[in-house]
Design a protein around this ligand. Structure first.
Ligand code: AHR
Length: 318
């Protein structure tokens, strides 16, 4: 136990608290406002945050916003009222956070952005942003496609399933992918619509794409694995072979995607790690110890094509 913690405990006991209550009162309190439970990725992220808080002895106040910004704002305001030590959240969309972040700053509660960024100009409103580089993930998806299709003659027709409208991963994954494919005019995005990062929506929108474009579709680019998995079902129901008649690229690298790749139904998944819990708890402890956090902590990730899926599967943690 650190000297600092020993001193706090001694003071609490001296103030008349029984030892077990003094231990509880001394815990760091973290308020975490989660996006929701929209995907396999999100479930793994929630688990990682909960497990790591337990392991680190941090008192976690967890709120599930059910993919609604107003719920996340409400949760953050409740954390401010409860005077938690640190607030962390994964913003469902990128814009509209200025007022609540200013309230947290006025209350002197540090905020950590976990997984997704906000598009506020004043970066003093948060102490650190930890998570993936979504633009780079989009580029990785684009580079994989360009390499695979380098000998293809004629137009390559792409349909795109976007993530939640206005969310950082949807905006940036689109941007990174387009940056790469736009260098060659043979690549054309013929349809692009949101599937809200869910399997059900991914299937529904893919059905509409197939109805409108049918066999013209050469490639599906899905901003996450869940939407790709939903779309695979739609492709099969339309009597086509996923990963053969239509090349499928998605992002996350969840177990469901590996299973689809092993079954020969998904061509590649670009990794996006949800296992942010341990570094978040470390950051919370560092903050409480008076340390300054790096403003940006980028997660290191890879690309997994179907050819390596069976070998990699046993190593997957989410
Ligand atoms: O913000 C990360 C994204 O959100 C993941 O790619 C997606 O699956 C999730 O819902």
């Amino acid at each position: 136990m650190s000297t600092q913690r020993r001193t706090v405990l001694a003071a609490l006991v001296a103030a008349g608290l029984p030892l077990h209550k003094a231990f509880a009162a001394d815990k760091i309190v973290l308020g975490f406002a989660q996006v929701g439970a929209e995907s396999e990725w999100r479930a793994a992220n929630t688990q990682s945050v909960k497990d790591s808080a337990k392991e680190a002895g941090i008192d976690l106040k967890f709120a599930d916003a059910q993919q609604k910004q107003e719920n996340q704002i409400k949760a953050i305001r409740a954390f401010i009222a409860q005077k938690v030590d640190v607030i962390a959240f994964s913003p469902v969309v990128a814009s509209g956070w200025g007022p609540v972040l200013r309230e947290a700053k006025a209350a002197k509660i540090p905020v950590i952005l976990s997984d997704r960024s906000v598009d506020e100009k004043d970066d003093s409103l948060w102490v650190s942003f930890m998570g993936s580089d979504f633009t780079e993930e989009g580029r990785r998806a684009g580079r994989w496609l360009v390499e695979k299709m380098k000998d293809a003659k004629g137009t390559v027709n792409i349909v795109e399933l976007q993530g939640t409208t206005g969310s950082a991963p949807a905006i940036e994954r689109k941007k990174g992918f387009e940056e790469v494919i736009s260098k060659d005019p043979k690549y054309k995005i013929i349809r692009s619509q949101t599937g809200d990062f869910t399997r059900a929506k991914g299937k529904e929108v893919m059905e509409a794409f197939l109805k409108a474009e049918g066999k013209k579709i050469n490639v599906l680019y899905a901003h996450n694995d869940d939407m790709a998995i939903g779309a695979i079902q739609a492709i099969e129901e339309a009597g086509m072979k996923p990963a053969k008649d239509i090349t499928i690229i998605s992002i996350d690298g969840v177990k469901g995607a590996f299973e689809a790749m092993i079954a020969g139904k998904l061509n590649v998944s670009v990794e996006c790690s949800p296992l942010l819990g341990p570094q978040l708890m470390q950051a919370v402890k560092d903050l409480k110890a008076g340390k300054t956090l790096p403003k940006r902590i980028v997660t290191q990730e890879g690309v997994f094509p179907m050819e390596v899926a069976a070998k990699e599967f046993p190593n997957r943690k989410y």
